[in-house]
Structures are given as structure tokens and as C-alpha cells.
Design a protein. Structure first.
Length: 528
């Protein structure tokens, strides 16, 4: 399918706004993980926090980056095309509904925290102190769900209005608050005879609140100030929840897979949950900056075109998003896989995070990195089915991928160890993306070369050449250098990969894509 240059640049511009903001947020996220690794290492304490955090975070991811946004954005776009007042009323109907629903769930989490931890981390029951610590952290972080769900609502509204930068930057406030609490509260809690790890739970809860609060000024700016709706259960709010209901299953695959990973990891080595978390955080850096940004941008542009009945423009938008996702994640795949140990060593290996933790975390990161292209496709295709009112398709795909992951991990983890848990997550996303791709091809009558064409093959060859360039660094002794020299070596390696990749694409005739991408970045840098 031929890509429209105007549509490609439109998707690129929106994606870049979110990507640049997300970049700052993810960098702060890495700083947060660095502080956490230095203070607490990969230990039973961090395992306890991560298990406790997984419960509200599971629901957060469904609302913040998943089913709610995909159900809400097309409906809000439709209402906004009719009148500003209707879109404002829809927003506040959903605000209060979300507040009461998620508030009730938070209360349930607090009450049944012991039962939840028994379910998600049964091995913790063998250590009463660790079990009670995890229960307390779960209760502290429960309100986080409500705060970030409302933040997701604000983000969906602003994205629908083509406001991308500040909403994508909002998660940075969560990271800032978490870092502040670790640095400021850990010592105080220890002096009071309490576990310093509680500072992480308090930081997560307050960070969720800040994530919603920083978007409120823009809500007022666009004349969407608070109101008490005449009725909450309107036709459009019903429509959002109708889409949301089965949609939770459609977006649940990754989160349920992570829960399976957590449960199985707690029964392997002490620290395995933490190693998987640190590696997944690094993996999420390109996913969050590139794949989520492109997926959210595609949702807005595709929904707008589809609701107007311009199917040709909608397909062109989808093609542009797919190409943009593939061309950007492939060099990230080379970097994460080829330089996994070096990245983990530079970012995390200090304080209580030792060389063993580096090697285990790097091992898991390589397993996750293989899935980058499939995550990129997954983040685009699932919201597309919601815009098409075909949400049952992601549901089926999720159920199949969940069944695959559970079977794969249960069968192989006892023999091959915790790294299988990362590989199982990656393969389950591959299965999910394949089902969605085949179904969408039939639904939209897409040609075969939509997914595999000459331009995609050029990207694959360019990626292979970028991977080959790593061999030039084979004689460099990275691990015995100072931290500044390590940063210089690693930065040079990454730059070399990107240069070889970009030059290869230019030689293969992809000048417009490379120049367009670079020019937009330079414009953003000049403006900032």
C-alpha cells in the first residue's frame, strides 16, 4: 500500500510530540530505577514492593495505556464533532463514573490485600515478615489506581484535541515524586524503626495523584472545566463501557502474562522478580517512547478519518503508523539485544546491585528485546480494532496468547529458569500480533504487501548491517573502565549502530523517511 507523505508526516509529528515528552519521563523512570537499585538492590525487599505494585499497576495499565483510552477516544471524537458541550459532558460523566468505580476497587484491594498477595505470590507465605511487608505496601499504593485512571481520562481528552506533549510528560511527575520520596523518606522511616522500602509505596501513591493534577490546567484552558452532569449513564457513556467491558480482556494479555511471570518468578531465585522488573523497565523505554506514542497517535488520526467515512485516509494512516513503528524500533532492538549487559552495568550496577544481578538482568533483557517489533505492531493494531468497533477480536487474540504463555512458562521454567518467563511474554505478544494482523487484513481488505513489502525488507537489511557493526567493538574491555569511560564507549556504540542503520536506509532509497524523521527532531530541539 502506497503511503501518503502528508499523512506520514502528520502521524510522525504527533508521535514525535509524545515521544519527546515520553523520553524525558522514561529517563526519569530510569533514574528512579537507579536510585531503587542503589538503595535496595535486587533483594527480598524489592521483590515485595514489585509484587505489591503489580496489583494496582495491572489495572493502571489497562486504563492508562489500554482499553479505556481505546474505548474513550473514538467516542469523545464523535461527541466533539457534534459540539463542545457534548464532549465536555461526556468527559465529566466518565470522570465521576471512574472515580466511584476505581475508588471501590481500591477499597477492595485494601480489605483483601492478604488474600491477593497469597494469590499473586504464594511463596511469600513461607516468610511472614516479607508477606506482611507486601500486604502493607499493597494497601499504601491502592489509591494509585484511581489517580492514574483519572489521569488517563485527561490524557485521552487532550490527545483527542491534538494536544500530545504535556499529557505524555505527565508520567514524569510520578517518577519525580518517587525519587523524592526515596531520597527524602528512606532515612526518616529507618530512624522511626520502619522499613525504608515504604518510601517507594508512598512515592507511587503521591506520584499517581501528581500525574492527574499536572493536566488539570490544560483541561481548564480548553474550556472543559468541572461540571456535575445531569445524568451519568448517557448513551455515549454506555457506549464507552460497552467497548471497555470486553476490551479489558483485549488489553489484558500483556498484564496477565506479567502476573503469571510474577507468580512463577517468586518461586525461583531470590531476586528473580527484581531482575525481570529492571530488564522490563529498560525494554519499556523504547516501547514507551516509540510504540505507545505511535499507537496513541494512530488511534486519534485513524479514528477521526474512520468516523468521517474516509476509509482510504484511515488505511493510509494505519500504513504510515506501521511503517513508522517498524523503522524506529529495529535499531532499538539491535541496541537492547547486542548491548544488554553493558546497558545494565552502566545504569544499575552500583550500591547493592552487583555483577550477578547485572548478568541475570541482561539475560532477561535479551529475551524481552526480541519482542520489540511485535510490541510495536500490537500497540497499533489493538486500538485500531476498537475504532472499528471490533473489540471482540483483541479479546480472542488475548485469550489465545495468555493460554500459550501460561503453558510455555509452566512447562519450561522449572528446567530453564526465570529467563523463560521473559521469553514467554515475548512469544505471547508475537502470537497476539499475528492473530490481529491476519484478522485486520481480512477486515480492511488489505493487500499482502501492507505488512511485508520492499520498504520493510530494506529495514530488515539495514538492521542486519547495524548488527554487524557491533563486531567492530569486540576487542573493547568495557566492564573494567571508569563510569565516564563506560558511558563514552556505550554512547559511541549506540551512535555507531544508528549511523550505520540510517546510512543503509539512505543508500536503499529511504531518504524521505530518514530526512523527515531527522528534520522533525531538529525542529523540536530548536523549539526547546
Amino acid at each position: 500500500m502506497r503511503l501518503s507523505q502528508n499523512k506520514f508526516m502528520s502521524v510522525l509529528k504527533s508521535s514525535l510530540k509524545m515521544a519527546i515528552a515520553t523520553f524525558f519521563s522514561r529517563i526519569l523512570g530510569l533514574v528512579r530505577e537507579q536510585v531503587m537499585a542503589a538503595y535496595f538492590g535486587a533483594s527480598g525487599l524489592t521483590d515485595a514492593f514489585l509484587v505489591a505494585y503489580r496489583i494496582p499497576n495491572l489495572l493502571r495499565d489497562l486504563f492508562a495505556e489500554g482499553a479505556f483510552s481505546s474505548a474513550f477516544v473514538p467516542t469523545f471524537v464523535e461527541a466533539n464533532q457534534e459540539s463542545k458541550e457534548k464532549s465536555r459532558e461526556l468527559m465529566w460523566q466518565l470522570f465521576w463514573l471512574l472515580f466511584f468505580i476505581t475508588g471501590s476497587i481500591c477499597l477492595g484491594i485494601m480489605i483483601f490485600a492478604p488474600e491477593l498477595i497469597s494469590l499473586f505470590a504464594p511463596a511469600f507465605k513461607n516468610d511472614p515478615d516479607k508477606f506482611n511487608l507486601t500486604v502493607n505496601l499493597t494497601r499504601i499504593m491502592a489509591p494509585f489506581l484511581t489517580f492514574v485512571s483519572l489521569a488517563a481520562l485527561f490524557m485521552g481528552v487532550l490527545n483527542s484535541l491534538k494536544v500530545f506533549f504535556i499529557p505524555a510528560l505527565a508520567p514524569a511527575s510520578y517518577n519525580v515524586m518517587s525519587i523524592f520520596c526515596m531520597l527524602g523518606l528512606s532515612g526518616f522511616l529507618a530512624s522511626q524503626g520502619m522499613e525504608p522500602i515504604y518510601s517507594l509505596g508512598i512515592g507511587a501513591m503521591l506520584g499517581g495523584f501528581m500525574q492527574a493534577a499536572v493536566q488539570l490546567p490544560l483541561i481548564y484552558k480548553y474550556h472543559l472545566k468541572p461540571m456535575w452532569p445531569k445524568k451519568f449513564w448517557s448513551e455515549r457513556s454506555k457506549k464507552v463501557f460497552r467497548l471497555l467491558g470486553p476490551g479489558l480482556f483485549g488489553f489484558a494479555a500483556t498484564q496477565i502474562n506479567l502476573l503469571v511471570t510474577t507468580i512463577l518468578a517468586t518461586g525461583t531465585l531470590v531476586g528473580a522478580t527484581s531482575w525481570l522488573n529492571y530488564s522490563f523497565r529498560l525494554f519499556q523505554l523504547p516501547v514507551g517512547i516509540l510504540s505507545v506514542s505511535i499507537g496513541n497517535s494512530n488511534l486519534v488520526h485513524f479514528s477521526e478519518a474512520w468516523k468521517k467515512g474516509d476509509k482510504s485516509l484511515a488505511k493510509s494512516t494505519l500504513a504510515s503508523s506501521y511503517f513508522l513503528s517498524f523503522v524506529t524500533v529495529m535499531p532499538a532492538l539491535v541496541i537492547l539485544y547486542g548491548l544488554s549487559d553493558e546497558i545494565v552495568n552502566l545504569i544499575f550496577e552500583r550500591g547493592r546491585f552487583d555483577r550477578e544481578s547485572t548478568l541475570y538482568t541482561g539475560m532477561a533483557l535479551r529475551m524481552y528485546a526480541i519482542g520489540l517489533p511485535f510490541y510495536g505492531l500490537y500497540k497499533i493494531l489493538v486500538p485500531t480494532f476498537y475504532a472499528l468497533d471490533r473489540q471482540k477480536v483483541p479479546v480472542l487474540a488475548s485469550l489465545v496468547s495468555i493460554a500459550f504463555n501460561i503453558s510455555f512458562c509452566l512447562l519450561l521454567t522449572p528446567r530453564y529458569g526465570f529467563k523463560i518467563l521473559a521469553l514467554g511474554t515475548t512469544l505471547s505478544v508475537l502470537v497476539n500480533a499475528l492473530i490481529l494482523s491476519i484478522t485486520l487484513k481480512k477486515t480492511l481488505n488489505l493487500p499482502l504487501d501492507f505488512y511485508l513489502n520492499t520498504r520493510i525488507l530494506k529495514i530488515i537489511v539495514a538492521t542486519s548491517l547495524a548488527w554487524a557493526s557491533l563486531s567492530l567493538w569486540g576487542m573493547v574491555d568495557f566492564f573494567n573502565q571508569s563510569i565516564w569511560l563506560k558511558a563514552l564507549i556505550l554512547g559511541s556504540q549506540m551512535l555507531g549502530i544508528l549511523v550505520v542503520y540510517a546510512l543503509s536506509l539512505l543508500i536503499f532509497g529511504e531518504r524521505s523517511a530518514v530526512e523527515g524523521f531527522v528534520s522533525k527532531i531538529l525542529k523540536k530541539v530548536k523549539r526547546s
